[in-house]
Write a protein that binds this ligand. Structure first.
Ligand code: NDP
Length: 519
């Protein structure tokens, strides 16, 4: 693996959840794997001058906080203290406002000092891990300094931006315009951490490194594709934030569309960031725009009501979404969304893609089910629907892996058929847990590889699909449908697929029954 060049990694929002949970542990894991140059620094930047208990946030205190975060959240435990010792001396903290030119000038001075002391070569990777309200201020201040050549550094400047990238097409276009005022597209890394997950990358390998899939990977052999990203937790703890987005903006426009695009895209001309992202954009551009009159049947939104949902420690009560703290009175923000889409191109003509996501559902999982058509001749059964169709299940989490559901004969004198699974599990096949998505994405951004990041036009094209749905919902007199926590969403979401003669599938559902039949 190529060794990244020296670099200063600056995390804006350094005191936040994402930094503590994922980013700092990811930097540690990269140090452990020697995938970060020894000549690197990690600079945490945030407004806080002190911790909640009043302890001043100095370099030393921030190092302690990083150590605690790594001890708690690093993927491999116990942590390697010798790695930490190497990493510790490269960590610094700068406190300042996100949009203050003065504070950014102080940060720049600090980075110049660190260039000298740590030989970071003037290379900068700025990671914007703050709430979206402050993205623009940070980008503008960074860009102004870059444009004014105030800090003539000979190295690269890259900028990583967390989700959400806008809340509709207009805001995404605006954010792109702000970025492009100062930065070239090659400097911008829009993150969707799903792309850093092994199984998601494996989708490309599975489709394009195996010859068996391509001939059958189309509407002629596939009946439909369904994608489920379900969460057991409620939105109660961060309802104030959630109320501004909702399930469709929070999950479908980004993570789930990435999964859909990788399933649906044409083979790219090459395995590079331009070719792959070109193909994904074509997918979004081919998605049939949702007509407002269809949203009642093709785009179902729900809100969980009062009841009990699953938490790590057991069942927990919720007063229901609309009663959670921070939710606007009469809020119509959806905590569940199920959408039926069509990709109008030669490969997928007339074949539906069903997407569903939600909070307070019975299981936490992310998976894609590709359901193949039934055999043309029903040799093995009296009833035509007795033999179970083949499914290819791509599990993103938990238990990352892929499984094929095939029909097999049950041993014995009788001709009985059972649906069985051929399972590939990362953990058992490769005897290792796949790396965290953020490790891969940070590593790639240090190398300047944008393949697993969202291009500006890609973000906009994805919003172009979502906007008509959101607009129709905003005008609709039908409010989100209530569903009980710990169920799979409102009835209308079942109807969305069941009226097509299909049903929602997920790998942990009970095995299909043994089917006895006579020859
Ligand atoms: P936080 O809410 O924890 O905010 C990060 C930091 O930003 C805070 O520590 C705070 O630092 C500062 N901040 C918070 N609110 C404001 C505000 N209104 N104005 C200015 N500064 C503020 O965010 P997360 O760490 O949870 O998330 C960061 C980004 O990553 C978001 O864009 C989120 O959507 C995205 N994300 C987060 C995930 C997660 O698991 N948490 C997962 C995927 C994406 P200070 O006050 O010290 O400046």
């Amino acid at each position: 693996m190529p060794n990244p060049v020296p670099c200063a990694i600056v995390i804006f929002g350094a005191s936040g959840d994402l930094a503590q949970l994922k980013l700092i542990p990811a930097v540690y894991e990269l140090c452990r794997e020697k995938l970060v140059s020894d000549k690197f620094v990690l600079v945490g930047y945030a407004r806080s001058k002190e911790k909640k208990d009043g302890t001043p946030l100095t370099d030393d205190q921030y190092r302690k906080d990083c150590y605690d975060a790594i001890k708690k959240h690093a993927r491999r435990q116990p942590i390697d203290e010798s790695v930490w010792k190497r990493m510790e001396k490269n960590i610094y903290y700068v406190s300042g406002a996100y949009d203050s030119a003065e504070d950014h000038a102080r940060l720049a001075t600090k980075l110049k000092e660190l260039d000298k002391s740590h030989e970071t070569g003037g290379n900068r990777l700025f990671y914007i891990s703050t709430p979206p309200e402050v993205f623009e201020g940070i980008i503008t201040r960074l860009g102004e300094r870059l444009k004014s050549k105030a800090d003539t550094s000979s190295g690269f400047e890259r900028i990583i931006i967390e989700k959400p990238f806008g809340r509709d097409l207009q805001t995404a276009k605006h954010l792109n315009a702000v970025l492009h005022q100062y930065f070239e597209e090659q400097q911008v890394f829009r993150i969707d951490h799903y792309l850093g997950k092994e199984t998601v990358q494996n989708l490309l390998v599975m489709r394009f490194a195996n010859s068996i899939f391509e001939p059958i990977w189309n509407y002629k052999y596939i009946d439909h594709v369904q994608i489920t990203v379900s969460e057991t937790l409620s939105a109660d703890d961060r309802a104030g934030y959630y109320d501004k987005s909702g399930a469709t903006r929070d999950m479908i426009q980004n993570h789930m569309f990435q999964l859909m695009a990788l399933v649906a895209m044409e083979p790219p001309a090459a395995l590079d960031s331009i070719s792959i992202r070109d193909e994904k954009v074509k997918v979004y551009k081919s998605v049939r725009q949702m007509e407002a009159r269809l949203t009642d049947t093709h785009a179902i939104r729900g809100q969980y009501g009062p009841g009990q949902y699953k938490d790590k420690t057991g069942m927990k009560p919720t007063p229901g979404y609309t009663k959670a703290r921070g939710v606007a009175p009469g809020s119509r923000t959806e905590t569940f969304s199920a959408i039926k889409l069509f990709i109008d191109n030669w490969r997928w003509s007339g074949m539906p893609f069903y997407l569903r996501t939600g909070k307070c559902l019975p299981e936490k999982l992310s998976e894609i089910v590709v359901r193949f058509r039934s055999p043309p001749l029903t040799l093995f059964q009296k009833k035509s629907d007795a033999v179970y169709p083949n499914d290819l299940v791509i599990r993103v989490q938990p238990e990352e892996g892929i499984s094929w559901r095939l029909n097999a004969k049950v041993p014995g004198g009788q001709m009985a058929i059972k649906s069985v699974a051929l399972d590939f599990l990362y953990k058992t096949t490769f005897k290792a847990e796949p790396p965290e998505a953020y490790e891969r994405l940070l590593y790639d951004s240090l190398l300047g590889d944008q393949t697993l990041f969202i291009r500006g036009d890609e973000a906009e094209a994805a919003w172009q699909v979502i906007d008509p749905i959101e607009e129709a919902w905003a005008k609709s007199s039908t409010p989100p449908q209530q569903y009980a926590p710990n169920t799979w969403g409102p009835k209308a979401a079942m109807d969305l697929i069941e009226l097509d003669g299909r049903r929602w599938l997920h790998s942990s559902a009970d095995d299909e029954p043994i089917v006895a039949c006579s020859l």
